[in-house]
Design a protein around this ligand. Sequence first.
Ligand SMILES: *[C@@H]1O[C@H](CO)[C@@H](O)[C@H](O)[C@H]1NC(C)=O
Ligand SMILES: *[C@@H]1O[C@H](CO)[C@@H](O)[C@H](O)[C@H]1NC(C)=O
Ligand SMILES: *[C@@H]1O[C@H](CO)[C@@H](O)[C@H](O)[C@H]1NC(C)=O
Ligand SMILES: *[C@@H]1O[C@H](CO)[C@@H](O)[C@H](O)[C@H]1NC(C)=O
Ligand SMILES: *[C@@H]1O[C@H](CO)[C@@H](O)[C@H](O)[C@H]1NC(C)=O
Ligand SMILES: *[C@@H]1O[C@H](CO)[C@@H](O)[C@H](O)[C@H]1NC(C)=O
Length: 882
Amino acid sequence: MRALALWSFLSFLALAPHSIYASVLAIDYGTDWIKASLMKPGVPFDVLLNKDSKRKIQASVAWKNSDRLFGSDAFNLASRFPSDSFSSLKLLQAAPRDAESVGFYTTISTSEVTETSRKTVALKRSDGTEWTTEELVAMQFAYVKQLAESLAGEKVHDVIVTVPPFYSQFERDAVADAIEIAGLRTLALINDGTAVAVNFAMTRTFPTPEYHVIYDAGASSIRATVVQMATGKDGKTSTPATQITVHGVGYDRRLGGAELDRRLREILINAFVTKNKRDIRGDKRGMAKMWKEAGRVKAILSANAEAMSMIESVAYDIDFRAKVTRAEFEDACADLQSRFAKPISEALANAGLTLDNITSVILTGGSTRTPMIQTAVKTFVGEEKISLNVNADEAAVLGAALHGASLSRQFKTKNIKVTDMTAHDIQASYFATSTTPLSRPRTISTLIFPAGSKTGTKKTLTLKRKEDFSLWLDYKQLVAPGFPMQILEAQISGVTEALQNLTDLGAVDPVVKATLSLSESGFVAVTDAVAYGEIKDDSIAGKLKGLFGGSSSSAQETETGSAENTPPRDTETPSESQSASSSSASPEASKVPEKIVPKENTIPLNVSVVFTSIPPMTVEEKKAARARLRDIDQQEAAKNRREEARNTFESYLYRVRDLLDNDDEESPFKKCSQASERSAMSDKLEESFLWLHDEGDNAKTTQFLEKRSSLETLERPIIHRYKEIEGFPKALNNSQMWNWSTRLFLTEAKTNLTAETAAGLPSKWTAEELAALEKTLIEHEKWLNEWVEKQKARKFNEDRVIETTEMRARAKVLEQHLQKLVRRKVPKVKKPKSTSTSATESATATPPEETPEAQEPPIEGEDAQKPVMEEEPPKPTGHDEL
Ligand SMILES: *[C@@H]1O[C@H](CO)[C@@H](O)[C@H](O)[C@H]1NC(C)=O
Ligand SMILES: *[C@@H]1O[C@H](CO)[C@@H](O)[C@H](O)[C@H]1NC(C)=O
Ligand SMILES: *[C@@H]1O[C@H](CO)[C@@H](O)[C@H](O)[C@H]1NC(C)=O
Ligand SMILES: *[C@@H]1O[C@H](CO)[C@@H](O)[C@H](O)[C@H]1NC(C)=O
Ligand SMILES: *[C@@H]1O[C@H](CO)[C@@H](O)[C@H](O)[C@H]1NC(C)=O
Ligand SMILES: *[C@@H]1O[C@H](CO)[C@@H](O)[C@H](O)[C@H]1NC(C)=O
């Protein structure tokens, strides 16, 4: 059913002519689960299956000694190796060590948290090695990449990853860094609610615009996204196009399935403590088991009023058993009830809409299966508005894949345009120029991208500065408890000289213009900065042309809107003038005529960006992390090769032992081997088993291969003998066949020649030619008779005197000689009396004797047992009639 519905999208897909890497990977990276999808022509568009054919992969990575595990294997390992199993890593992305989310993580996880040099979080394995969140997430991305590549049958490079709409720049950087460490390329990050909207719009049209709320309850957060969907005509192509516009988001960063699991685990822990009068909290294995059990019990309680919890030997050898009711669970979550639907009302408020404007509330995310959450949402929006039309688990990843495919421009997909927004107020700040030398500098801030700003836009900030200065980009409000507000500092230099130059050239009151961008994936940046001044005197401007003709034009498309300067916000410093004006980066905006601003009056300034709070990983750091991951990949590959060599060696030893132990005197091995050979093998076998036992655990791959090879050397002559004996009858048959065919041909040809000579007719062959063939035949026969006799005298366990390859080679010589004459063309005569068939005539173009193939490829190994090649006896012309 599902496959059928998805298949229907394929009609939209077609590969653009010149694409190199056609595949696009989409990953929905969650706190508990990873879902992935691959877009590749010829591969049915669906969710990627893991090695166990599961549609979702547990977001875990673990080590069992030196073996790395992923998915549920990794998650389940926590109850045995609690310090080496890492899950819920999404909670840690970009988080400073003392952030609230890290605090929450430590309550649900058994992993040991440490701090990196970037003040973010790393996790420590039991062997003491530390792995940053980015590295651990990258391992999972790389694992998914591998799954995708084995499905695609080619390398996969481009990836689109979902993120919650509230993700800050720091968290988005952490995702992008992990992608890079995994050896992938970020096509885009897409907000998960938006991805669901794309999936929803894929199969629908909206002749009249509709508003929908995507309500996504995940493991670590709940978010609501208000989107408008409208189908109209694409301006240029006038094909139907659907526009998705995000108008508002609301979220609760701390509430989700994990918090419910934690509360349920508390119930279990209390039951354990009450009954056994011992605390389990200090027991890492026990806590890991309880955590897993809480998830299981929660799932049961979603469909049942009560559940039985049972954990064998949870801790202190105690088998745990307890009954939990849904009522009890919901009681423990009573304080959360009011928070479940709140993101919806916030999102609506941000969008300036009310529930009346909403067509439906689309439920997605695994936690929407929890009855108390569903009830809360239904109560708030009304049952009739609830839409369960999208797959709660897969809508986001499928929507992301569709969006990724359209971004990659290598696919033709249904035309869906997306306009997203930022969830946080982003402001630009700088120090005011001090009026008196001693006064403390004041900070002036301006809201450059207020929450709700469209992504994929640029804004120009115009500042009256005389000297080098810094521009800070920061969040106006806390994005998450414990996270910094400052994003970056852009140091703008070269101001004085540039302004002086403009002034010298006649510009009045030149200013500094900085371009700030908010990318489609939600990253802010100071793209560039220029000194700008209007030069009134045309003649001077003319002079300038030669000097600055090649100056940066990147600022141009954004300058158009910044001509008017709003009065300074800071009334105390009238000299400070700043204005922020927006201009869309869409193609329409860049079509504004350039004549308003001649390009001669801008001079590019130096912008260097420093990160003062949580820096993204540097190129070197990412390189090092990538090398580290590659290193373990290589170690694992080497280990696998070694395991394989060991296993093959071991099973070979057992096979040889079986051969030697077989008492059946008629077994091929016994028949074809001599006692001395068997005893040599037996000794070698004994020695090999001993070596395997003593050294097997430490031996290298090459040692296994060498050991196997030395035993194989002893076995090889026996196998060869056997195969020769087996192949002999067929080879002999072949030789005899050519012998026989040649004899037949000669008899008939001689008769004809005699008759033709008598009748004075032309002949195909001369008597000499026929005699030469006969000579070849007799030589072949002689050789065959002689050596077949010798061969027959040999015992099975003695080496052969003639090889089947030689027999075939000799038969070939005869065959070619025969063919040469058979294919001879009938000589042209005035009175055509040709009886030869057309086939013989057409074959003369390439006389076969000119293509020497005296040697057949040597037949060895398995092939010799069943030779594929068995020449058809030639059909000398007329032989049927005889
Ligand atoms: C939302 O609904 C209100 C009341 O029904 C209506 O006045 C308003 O125009 C609607 N807004 C939009 C954007 O449709
Ligand atoms: C810009 O920065 C670079 C490197 O910091 C420096 O070498 C160069 O002189 C600067 N240019 C200006 C115009 O300040
Ligand atoms: C300013 O003008 C001087 C002299 O023409 C030139 O050498 C210098 O490069 C200019 N500086 C900038 C930043 O354009
Ligand atoms: C020899 O070949 C002929 C014809 O292909 C076949 O009928 C016969 O069984 C073969 N004999 C042996 C021993 O393979
Ligand atoms: C070759 O063929 C001839 C005639 O068919 C036969 O008499 C002779 O025994 C054959 N020789 C061998 C070695 O098969
Ligand atoms: C011999 O002559 C007969 C009758 O003309 C013909 O059918 C046959 O093909 C000839 N044989 C050969 C080997 O050329």
